[in-house]
Design a protein around this ligand. Structure first.
Ligand code: ADP
Ligand code: MG
Length: 707
C-alpha cells in the first residue's frame, strides 16, 4: 500500500478503482458471456466452462493492466479472519525462456488449499486434508495493493471434500437463499408478482481504537491478546463525554483520510466517521449493501484499518475491550429486507397500522427473535465480547426488541382490541427559538441500551463484537426469519379468507411473543429480574451460549432450510469451545510472563531503591518511616502478585489435563479467568504506588491520551 499523499481527493474517480465490478465486466466481456454471467449472479446455476474461461481471461487482463502479479482465493475460515494463498500468474517458461501469464476458468472457480491447518472441529482428520475454495460469483473480485505488490483477490466459499462448510460464508449464502424463497412466498400472498428476489441488506458500523505503535510494541498483552491484561485507570477516563463526536486530532484525521481512500478504491462506501465515547476510540460506518458483500467488505475494512494504522505509526485495536474502565468496541449490524425492485419490507410507511404486510413481517420477526433469542445471542458471542455485553456500556446479554412508542402502540392496540385504528404521530419539534426551524420529528425516540432495536426501516442488532465477523449474526438472522416466514405462509396459503387469516395470525404472534418487546433501560437490574420473570434467556458468556447451536430446536431449523447439517453444527460447537480455551490460555500465559519478567523485577528495583534510602536515612538519624511504610505496602502487594502467579500456573496445569472441549472451556471460564483477575488486581495497585520511571510498560494514560 502506498501512502495517499495527494491533497485533492476525487471520490468519483477512485471509487471502485480496484474492483472488477459489474460495469467493468460489461466493458471487458463479450455481450453473450456478460449476459450469462449476470444471469447466474442473479439466479444461481452453473457457469459454462467457456464462460468461466472468458471471465478469467478478462479478469486477469484487467488485473495485470493494474499491476497485479498474483491471484488468490480469498476466504473466511473459522478462525474469524480471512485467509489467502498467493499464486503468480506465470507458467513454466517456454523453450525461449519466456513465461506465459496464465489464469483459467478452472483457476477462477475452484481452489484447493491444504485445508488441514484450518479449524474443522473434527469434520476432517489431518490426513483428509482436501478442502475447496469456490468462487462466490455474487461478490466482486478486487485488487489488494500492498507492500507485497498487487494481488487479484477472488472472494470464495470454503468447503470440505464432502461439501461441508468450513467457513462463515457458505452458511450465510445458504441462509440468504432460504430467506429469499420464504420472503417471495410471503410477498406473493400480498399480490406482489413483480419482485423476483428478496435480499437482506446489511450495514455494519465498526468501532476501533488507535494506539501509538512504539508504545504498542512495549506491551506484550497488546501484541498477544489484543487487549491490556493489566493497567490502572488514568486519572481521566470518558466521564466528561468530551471525546464522543469531538474534534478529530490531526494524526487520527490523516489516518481516517487514508483509510477512506483505501476503502473507496475497494468499492466500499465508507461514509460516516467520528470519535467514539472512549478516549482513542473511533468509528467508521459504510453504506449498507447485500449481506454477503457487506460481510466481505467488513472483513476488508478490519484488515485495512490495521494496515493503514501501521503506515501511520499506529496500531488499530479491534478487540472488544482493549482497556478496563472505559467503553469497549462493538459493531452495530443494521439489517433490513429489500426486493430487487426496491421495496423495503421493513418500511412501515406513514401509517403502519394500515400496512398489513409490514405488520406481518414485524410479527414474524418478533416471533423469530423470541423463539431463537438464544441463537442470536450465540451469534454475537466471542471471547472479547464477554467483557462487554452486560457491563452497562453495551447491550445486556439478554435479547429483547425495542420497537419504539409508535409501533409498540400499534402492537398494543392489536393485542388488546384485536384491531389497530390509528398511529401515533411524531409531532413538531419546537425549540423555543424563533430562528431555528421547527420540524416534524421522528415518531420514536432512540434507545441506546436495546440489543435489537427497530430504527425506522431496519433492525439494528447491537450486540456484535468489534473484532468478530458479521457472517454468523446475519446467517442466524436470515435463518430465523426464514423459518418464521415459512410458518406464516404455511398457514396463510391455506386460509379460506386471507384478510381474516392474516389479521388473526398477526394478533396471535404479537400476543404470544410480546414478552420479547422491551422499551426501557436495558442496563438496569430490574430488567434482569423482569426478563427472568418473562422467561427470556440470559446467557452471560460465550461458553454458556455455545450449546444453543445443537439444541433440537436449532438443528431442526438449520436442517430444514439447508443452512447447517447436524455434523456442521457439532463441528462448530467444538471449534468455539476450543477457541475459547486457547484464547484464555494465551492471555493467562501472557499475564504470567509479564508479571514475572516485567512487573516483579521492576517493582523490586524500586523496592531496593527505597530500602537503600531508608537505610541511609536511618544512618543519619532521620525519619525513614515514609520509605518504610511504602516498602512494606509494596512488599505485601508483591507477595500477592507472586502467590497469584503460582495459583494461575496451577490452574493452567490442571486445564491441560482436561480433554473434553466443553469441560475445558468451562474450566477456563470459571477457574482460569478468575485467577487472572486475582493476579491483575495487585499489579494494578502497584502501578499507582511505584515511581513511574520504574514502570516497565506504557500506562493507560500514555496509551489513550498520547496518540
Ligand atoms: P445511526 O444508526 O448511527 O443513526 P444510520 O441509521 O444512518 O446511523 O446508519 C447506520 C448504518 O445502517 C449504516 O451502515 C447505514 O448504511 C445502515 N442502514 C441504513 N439504512 C439501512 C437499511 N434499510 N438496511 C440496512 N442497513 C441500513
Ligand atoms: Mg447506529
Amino acid at each position: 500500500m502506498t501512502t495517499n499523499e495527494e491533497s485533492f481527493i476525487n471520490i468519483e474517480e477512485i471509487f471502485g478503482k480496484n474492483v472488477f465490478s459489474i460495469g467493468k465486466m460489461k466493458e471487458h466481456l463479450s455481450e453473450e458471456v456478460y449476459l450469462e454471467l449476470k444471469r447466474v449472479m442473479e439466479n444461481g446455476g452453473e457457469l459454462k466452462r467457456e464462460t468461466a474461461d472468458e471471465v478469467a481471461q478478462a479478469m486477469k487482463d484487467w488485473a495485470i493492466e493494474n499491476g497485479a502479479t498474483h491471484f488468490t482465493h480469498w476466504f473466511q475460515p473459522l478462525t474469524g479472519i480471512t485467509a489467502e494463498k498467493h499464486d503468480a500468474f506465470i507458467t513454466h517458461p517456454d523453450k525461449k525462456g519466456k513465461t506465459i501469464l496464465d489464469f483459467s476458468g478452472k483457476d477462477l472457480i475452484k481452489g484447493e488449499p491444504d485445508a488441514s491447518s484450518f479449524p474443522s472441529g473434527g469434520l476432517r482428520a489431518t490426513f483428509e486434508a482436501r478442502g475447496y475454495t469456490v468462487w462466490d460469483i455474487t461478490s466482486p473480485a478486487f485488487l489488494k495493493e500492498d507492500a507485497i505488490g498487487v494481488i487479484l483477490c477472488i472472494p470464495t466459499a470454503f468447503c470440505s471434500y464432502k461439501g461441508e462448510a468450513l467457513d462463515k460464508k457458505t452458511p450465510l449464502l445458504r441462509s440468504m437463499e432460504a430467506l429469499n424463497t420464504q420472503s417471495l412466498r410471503l410477498i406473493r400472498l400480498f399480490g406482489n408478482t413483480n419482485s423476483k428476489k428478496v435480499i437482506p441488506n446489511v450495514g455494519a458500523e465498526q468501532e476501533y481504537f488507535l494506539v501509538d505503535h512504539s508504545k504498542y510494541m512495549r506491551r506484550m498483552d497488546l501484541i498477544f491478546a489484543g487487549r491490556t491484561l493489566f493497567g490502572a485507570n488514568a486519572p481521566k477516563g470518558q466521564e466528561m463525554d468530551d471525546h464522543y463526536f469531538g474534534t478529530i486530532p490531526e494524526r487520527v484525521g490523516s489516518y481516517m483520510r487514508d483509510l477512506n481512500i483505501e476503502m473507496w478504491k475497494l468499492g466500499v462506501s465508507a461514509k460516516t466517521q467520528h470519535n467514539e465515547a472512549a478516549p482513542a476510540q473511533h468509528e467508521l460506518a459504510p453504506i449498507y449493501e447485500t449481506a454477503n458483500i457487506a460481510v466481505d467488505h467488513n472483513q476488508l475494512m478490519m484488515e485495512t484499518m490495521k494496515k493503514v494504522a501501521e503506515r501511520h505509526g499506529m496500531n488499530c485495536l479491534l478487540h472488544e475491550k482493549p482497556f478496563k474502565g472505559v467503553n469497549g468496541s462493538g459493531k452495530h449490524d443494521n439489517w433490513s429486507l429489500t426486493t430487487d425492485d426496491g421495496i423495503n419490507l421493513l418500511d412501515p410507511g406513514e401509517t403502519p397500522h394500515e400496512n398489513i404486510q409490514f405488520l406481518l413481517v414485524l410479527a414474524c420477526i418478533l416471533k423469530a427473535v423470541d423463539t431463537h433469542a438464544d441463537l442470536l445471542r450465540q451469534s454475537a458471542s466471542d471471547v472479547g465480547n464477554d467483557l462487554r455485553l452486560g457491563a452497562n456500556e453495551a447491550p445486556p446479554a439478554i435479547i429483547s426488541v425495542f420497537l419504539g412508542e409508535q409501533l409498540e402502540d400499534v402492537v398494543k392496540q392489536l393485542v388488546e382490541t384485536g384491531a389497530a385504528d390509528h398511529t401515533l404521530a411524531g409531532g413538531k419539534l419546537e425549540t423555543g427559538v424563533s430562528t431555528l426551524t421547527d420540524f416534524e420529528k421522528d415518531a420514536t425516540d432512540r434507545n441506546r441500551t436495546s440489543p435489537f432495536a427497530f430504527t425506522g426501516n431496519k433492525f439494528e442488532f447491537r450486540m456484535v463484537g468489534s473484532s468478530d465477523s458479521i457472517g454468523s449474526p446475519n446467517t442466524i438472522l436470515n435463518a430465523i426469519v426464514a423459518e418464521a416466514f415459512c410458518e406464516a405462509c404455511d398457514v396463510l396459503e391455506k386460509a379460506d379468507n386471507f384478510d381474516m387469516g392474516v389479521h388473526d395470525l398477526i394478533k396471535k404472534y404479537f400476543t404470544e411473543h410480546r414478552r420479547i418487546i422491551f422499551n426501557g433501560d436495558g442496563y438496569s437490574e430490574e430488567w434482569v429480574k423482569e426478563a427472568e420473570k418473562r422467561g427470556l434467556p440470559n446467557l452471560r458468556s460465550m461458553v454458556d451460549a455455545v450449546d444453543t447451536l445443537v439444541t433440537d430446536k436449532a438443528i431442526k431449523l438449520f436442517e430444514k432450510f439447508g443452512i447447517f447439517t447436524r455434523t456442521e453444527l457439532e463441528s462448530r460447537r467444538e471449534i468455539l469451545y476450543d477457541i475459547y480455551s486457547k484464547t484464555i490460555n494465551i492471555e493467562a500465559k501472557t499475564m504470567l510472563d509479564m508479571a514475572r519478567r516485567q512487573y516483579i523485577p521492576a517493582v523490586s528495583r524500586y523496592e531496593m531503591e527505597l530500602s537503600k534510602t531508608a537505610g541511609l536515612l536511618r544512618e543519619i538519624n532521620t525519619d525513614f518511616s515514609v520509605q518504610r511504610e511504602i516498602v512494606r505496602s509494596i512488599a505485601d502487594e508483591l507477595t500477592a502478585v507472586h502467590n497469584a502467579c503460582k495459583n494461575l500456573e496451577d490452574v493452567l496445569e490442571e486445564a491441560c489435563t482436561i480433554s473434553n472441549a466443553k469441560d475445558k472451556a468451562f474450566y477456563y471460564r470459571e477457574k482460569v479467568f478468575e485467577c487472572m483477575e486475582i493476579l491483575r488486581r495487585p499489579v494494578d495497585r502497584l502501578e499507582t504506588m511505584v515511581d513511574r520511571k520504574y514502570w516497565p510498560v506504557p500506562t493507560y494514560a500514555e496509551l489513550m491520551f498520547e496518540v
